[in-house]
Design a protein around this ligand. Structure first.
Ligand SMILES: [Zn+2]
Length: 213
């Protein structure tokens, strides 16, 4: 699997520290299960943190230099530990075979969704979306954070293509739009911690009526 879009360093560290919002956590876990690059980054960050805290208390802390720190940890790790089991059991339902069994709720002729009840409530949602080829999601903003992971197919955002395994994150500073460019339906796992608002007023009303926000 060729993955081109990864969680930010801050997100990987927050995931390792267990400080991410619970609804966002599994999206990162699922990406890590399929991304050796991020798994390695996270292991290095954990080793680096352990090395920092292992310093004697009376020893003055050196100025923090990420590049040098990473290089030192890389040198030190001759036998990295095996990756942690990142995936909670219920994420097993997102295997290709399991996705065939999803009981989709049709929102529009081109958009279907399935809400993960364990992690949805209030302004927090974890949902699977299935977008038919050509589907456009117009420009919108977020009142919270949004983590997305592509499980099948692909979409275009700005000039970037997000395909199976690719991860994207948005927050209150983000304004974006997407268009499905794959010949097959695009399935994405999307977790949000706040409502979304479309720029266009009719879309804003329609999305409320359809239960999308
Ligand atoms: Zn990654």
């Amino acid at each position: 699997m060729n993955v081109f879009h990864h969680p930010s360093a801050e997100t990987l560290v927050a995931h390792a520290a267990g400080t991410l919002d619970p609804v966002l956590m599994p999206v990162v876990s699922l990406h890590l299960d399929h991304c050796e690059h991020c798994s390695q980054q996270q292991r290095l960050a954990a080793q680096m943190g352990a090395a920092l805290f292992a310093q004697p208390a009376d020893e003055p802390m050196p100025p923090f230099d990420l590049e040098r720190g990473l290089a030192a940890v890389k040198r030190r790790i001759a036998h990295p530990p095996p990756p942690a089991a990142n995936t909670p059991d219920f994420l097993g339902r997102f295997s290709p075979a399991a996705l065939q069994q999803v009981m989709w709720h049709r929102v529009t002729p081109k958009i279907e969704m399935f809400e993960i009840p364990e992690l949805s409530g209030g302004d927090h949602w974890m949902r699977l979306f299935r977008f038919q080829p050509g589907t456009r999601v117009p420009h919108h903003r977020h009142a919270g954070e949004e983590f997305s992971l592509v499980l099948q197919g692909s979409y275009i955002e700005a000039d970037a293509c997000f395909a199976t395994g690719d991860f994207s994150e948005a927050d209150t500073t983000t304004r974006h739009a997407q268009q499905v460019d794959s010949d097959i339906a695009c399935i994405a796992l999307i977790a949000t911690t706040g409502k979304i608002a479309f720029d266009n007023l009719p879309y804003r009303w329609a999305s409320r009526l359809l239960g999308l926000v």
